[in-house]
Design a binder for this molecule. Sequence first.
Ligand SMILES: [Cu+2]
Length: 485
Amino acid sequence: MITRRSALSVTLATGGAALTGAGLTPLLAAHVRAQPTTANAPAPPGTVAKFQRPMPLLPEKKPAGRTGTSDVYVMTMKPARAQILPGPPTDVLTYDGHFPGPVIRARAHHPVVIRQRNRLTVPTAVHLHGAAVRPDSDGDPMDVIEPGTDRVYHYPNRQPHAPLWFHDHAHHLEAENVYRGLSGSYLLTDATERALPLPRGRYEVVIALRDARFDDGNQLAYAMGDRARNTLLANGVPYPYFQVAARKYRLRLLNASNQRRFDLRLADNSPLTQIGSDGGLLTAPHTTDHIAMSAGERADIVVDFSRYPVGTSVVLKNTTGTGPAEETGEILRFDVVRTAHDPSRIPARLRTLPPLPRPATERTVVLRMDEGGEHPGAYIDEKEYDPQRVDAQIKFNTSEIWTVTNANARAEHNFHLHLVQFRVLERAGRPPGPGESGLKDTIHLAPGETVRLQAVFDSYRGRYLYHCHMFEHGVRGMMATMHIR
Ligand SMILES: [Cu+2]
């Protein structure tokens, strides 16, 4: 039997003669069809017309100055109004007025100092996700910036390149603060990464994906554990289009959702090349037709749009999660609008990773939450988060293997360790897939699943968190503290 998918692959592989397949829309036809809808009638209630607005590029934040070897930034957390939907603007919480927040570009061994000014009405704490920093710059949930005050965070950048991101982490507030807009990107690069001939400049694009639910007044509706956040945003715009040249692009994807996991593929199922994950480049590129990302995970992919004739489009689809397919099944559309010279290429070897040392200790971590009930609790090793308690004592400069289990029958979780980038040893008793074989700081755990990972605790001493990165599970208690000493 020839499925639609295999038929498409065949026609595309034999010279692109059949470019009218379901995944590819001639641009002109799409525009002609779209116009009457937008000009005369609003989209049906509760839905948003797709592919009406371009996907914005996230602004790059520039340093305010330098002291010694450090780049010094000044960032203001403040309320703003964003034009997300047609009609009234949406009230959002922002870093520097941007929804989502800006991109900071940092270099390994060049420290960054950020003065964060909290001009919101709620306490905040800024966590640089994936970074090795001292405990007092890690944005601990109890170590907040009160409204009207400032705080200086120090990021030494003594770690390899990685697509980091920053977001709020204030205790019991982080889920709503991030939902309302407090997230941004922090791309740390180094000589290894810069030496590679990967797409760069305008052909390297950060795409922050998330979901949201809007009320009738276009405001972000927030409810704990809401499973009706069915509007998908790419760089703050619902279902945008993005005009590309017929060449390779490096797409730096972030799942900034509170809870939603994405499984992304191009509508024609054509190949994507994954080159990196949370902790930077994989050792070798990996060709696949889909990229799954749970909340907080990043994926670095290269898409070669030269396979599409100018004038065609391809939609980036999502094939997992809750919500009606017409709302959560598509995220954005790439419109191929011109040709371009492409000197970039993807080397067969991207980096080397050091061998893992002998582990000093093995430990287990069990994630579980109540499935049902009015105020379901969420636990790590059957305990709710207590900032006063240390849950794991770790000897500095040692390596540990952690066996992490999702004990739920239905609920998904994921697992994030602060401070370290770890390696996945096994998922469900098998070696990790190629997309998870590099450095990771956040991993998905399907119901009942177990993942073994190994980390080296050789950067800083002190107290750091580990938790489920589905923010509302963390708020309910699925967080714990490790003390490295
Ligand atoms: Cu969870």
